[in-house]
Design a protein around this ligand. Structure first.
Ligand code: FMN
Length: 176
């Protein structure tokens, strides 16, 4: 029987919302006939063990998390040699009030690790994440609310599923 190409969905997360996005992407791809595995970058999954890589990180201070940047640098060679898609998870586009000015200054590309210059991702998406009131310190809550920030789970599962299905479609087209 023909071996199906294996997809790695590698992610870096601070508080778990990016893990949820990665697991959803992997589940959708698997459902579409492309076996996919969500793994945290801190486990150092080797991209060379997979045929396709989707790599994502939470955004913190307009940048990918250091674990994601480090992973991208370590595995730059094998990432450059396989079909690659990238995604970020953050709050840009989810807020109203003065806080939006902070996010508006951020350029999508600036959120990606500098090393992407040598990578040729086939696609990049920014997904809305989560701002969880319960896990935010009292002081941060006050600052956030003072700037007009909203708490909540802003993840758009329909948009995430649609992106994963697009990737599945392009993998299927490449095999035809
Ligand atoms: C300290 C801090 C800084 C953040 N900076 C940004 C940012 O610069 N841009 C953005 O879009 N979201 C920013 N966020 C929002 C996070 O990216 C968002 O909460 C995301 O869902 C976190 O993902 P995680 O749960 O996988 O860590 C920040 C959140 C925190 C707590």
């Amino acid at each position: 029987m023909e071996r199906k190409p294996q997809v790695l969905v590698a992610y870096a997360t601070g508080t778990g919302s990016t893990k949820g996005v990665a697991e959803r992407i992997a589940a959708t791809l698997t459902e579409q006939g492309h076996p996919a595995h969500a793994r945290c970058v801190t486990e150092q999954p080797d991209p060379a063990d997979y045929d396709v890589v989707i790599l994502g990180s939470a955004v913190n201070g307009a940048a990918w998390l250091p674990d994601a940047v480090g992973y991208t640098r370590t595995h730059q060679g094998s990432l450059a040699q396989r079909p690659l898609w990238l995604f970020s998870v953050g709050l840009r586009g989810t807020q109203r009030g003065p806080i939006t000015k902070v996010f508006a200054r951020q350029q999508a590309r600036a959120e990606l690790p500098g090393v992407t210059g040598s990578l040729r991702p086939r696609g990049y998406r920014f997904f809305a994440g989560v701002m969880d009131e319960a896990s935010t310190s009292r002081l941060s809550r006050l600052v956030w609310k003072g700037l007009g920030g909203r708490f909540g789970d802003f993840r758009d599962w329909a948009a995430i599923d649609a992106w994963a299905r697009d990737i599945a479609e392009s993998l299927a087209a490449a095999r035809r």
